[in-house]
Design a protein around this ligand. Structure first.
Ligand SMILES: Cc1cc2nc3c(=O)[nH]c(=O)nc-3n(C[C@H](O)[C@H](O)[C@H](O)COP(=O)(O)OP(=O)(O)OC[C@H]3O[C@@H](n4cnc5c(N)ncnc54)[C@H](O)[C@@H]3O)c2cc1C
Length: 390
């Protein structure tokens, strides 16, 4: 065997998984189609990623957190959910928890470069960039991966971390439920006149949603979810009109607002694989579950799954079992599905409820905000889900 474990994809989840096995004697190989510069110096992509306490804990243990510039970490202390034009909000405050913040907001490119740095110079991790997986074959003997340069590599276990549209998942014949919301997410950074007090807002306006997430300083990340046929109009808006539009929709809560840099857009769909494993094969990250960003769980879930899989592999090694056996992979599948399914379906339900213009949906969401605010067990449950504290 050339390697013990081959990982397809060096996104933040694929690399975190490699890092989590760095303290084993396994020979890990990561295959990435992009060039090394896109890993060592990733470009700003407009994505500000909200990280839970659990993610912080895992990233600290994997020595990733300490590589993130502290000046780029913003603390989310409060969160408010608003429905339509009503001033009433479902309100979460970190003071209702034992933590100094509900979560942390970090630019995606900072996370990516920190994860990459954490695997550099690790002896048992080999990274091949500008290397695309063409096809692979799995049988009782092991895994053979054919690369676009004509080479072939062998291993005992293959991990698919090649993103939401994973070719590897498709090649293995693992079905996946895909929910296309017919929407586009537009993200950008804006500076504003008034301080945000580290409060995140999720405003469910009719036909579109607006999230305003507190960044470091007098800046916020703006996340607009809008029907794809209307996205171009927003993307093409000139600066002045865009500033006016956002500050008006946000009712001048942050005073005058001004866009910094450009707008970025992402097509919006969610996906959930029916199962996360097959013989000598497992899915991690967005390959397993691609979340709608409204509950900010995508990377958090991917990291958690990858970390848990590494723990299960290490446990198998300690008890002298084959780490790539069906038992090991079944355990990962069972445990991770228990975490992902409620979050996936819960998130999609919220999205449907808050995007529907039906009168029953309007009444229901008004009730849901009041119920959430006034019924402490429900509020605590939502807070635990948001922060992944328990
Ligand atoms: C607007 C937006 C906001 C978001 N906000 C949040 C948030 O607040 N909190 C949160 O937790 N998550 C958030 N997410 C989700 C998060 O960004 C993703 O879950 C995360 O990036 C997934 O990482 P990954 O490593 O699984 O996949 P990816 O980052 O997609 O990486 C896949 C890698 O595989 C490589 N690859 C693909 N095919 C091949 C091949 N054949 N051979 C070799 N390499 C290959 C690709 O080049 C890529 O590098 C957000 C997403 C969006 C779009």
């Amino acid at each position: 065997m050339d390697f013990d474990v081959i990982i397809i994809g060096s996104g933040p989840v694929g690399l975190s998984f490699a890092r989590s096995l760095s303290d084993t004697d396994l020979r890990i190989c990561v295959l990435e189609q992009s060039n090394v510069l896109s890993l060592s110096k990733p470009k700003y992509d407009g994505r500000e990623v909200a990280l839970t306490h659990l993610s912080k804990k895992i990233m600290s243990e994997l020595e990733i957190w300490n590589r993130i510039d502290p000046q780029s970490i913003s603390y989310i202390k409060e969160a408010k959910v608003l429905n339509g034009l009503s001033p009433y909000s479902l309100h979460f405050n970190h003071q209702e928890t034992t933590e100094d913040a509900l979560g942390h907001l970090i630019p995606n490119h900072e996370i990516k470069s920190a994860v990459y740095e954490s695997i550099m110079d690790i002896e048992n991790i080999t990274l091949f960039t500008e290397t695309k997986v063409e096809q692979f074959n799995i049988n009782d003997e092991g895994v053979t991966v054919k690369l676009d340069n004509g080479d072939a590599l062998t291993a005992d276990l293959l991990i698919a971390a090649d993103g939401r549209l994973s070719n590897a998942r498709r090649a293995m014949g693992i079905p996946s439920e895909v929910k296309d919301f017919g929407k586009t997410v537009i993200v950008c950074k804006m500076e504003h006149e008034l301080g945000h007090n580290n409060t995140a807002y999720e405003c469910f306006h009719y036909g579109r949603t607006l999230a305003v997430l507190p960044m470091v300083g007098q800046c916020s990340s703006i996340v607009i979810t809008i029907s794809s046929n209307k996205a171009k109009q927003v993307l093409d808006m000139n600066e002045g009109d865009f500033n006016e539009d956002i500050q008006t929709r946000f009712r001048y809560k942050l005073g005058e607002m001004k866009i910094i840099g450009k707008k970025y857009s992402y097509p919006l769909f969610a996906s959930h694989a029916d199962y996360f494993h097959s013989e000598r094969f497992a899915l991690i990250g967005d390959v397993a579950v691609g979340m709608h960003p409204v509950t900010a769980h995508g990377f958090n879930l991917g990291l958690r799954g990858a970390y848990n899989l590494s723990k299960i592999i290490k446990k198998a090694q300690l008890s002298n079992q084959k780490y790539y056996s069906a038992d090991t992979l079944v355990e990962y599948n069972r445990k991770h599905q228990m975490v992902t399914r409620p979050l996936y379906y819960g998130t999609n339900l919220i999205v449907d409820l808050y995007n529907s213009d039906r009168i029953t949906a309007k009444i229901l969401r008004r009730l849901a905000l009041r119920f959430g605010n006034n019924f402490w067990p429900v509020k605590k449950l939502i807070m635990n889900q948001l922060t992944e504290k328990h």
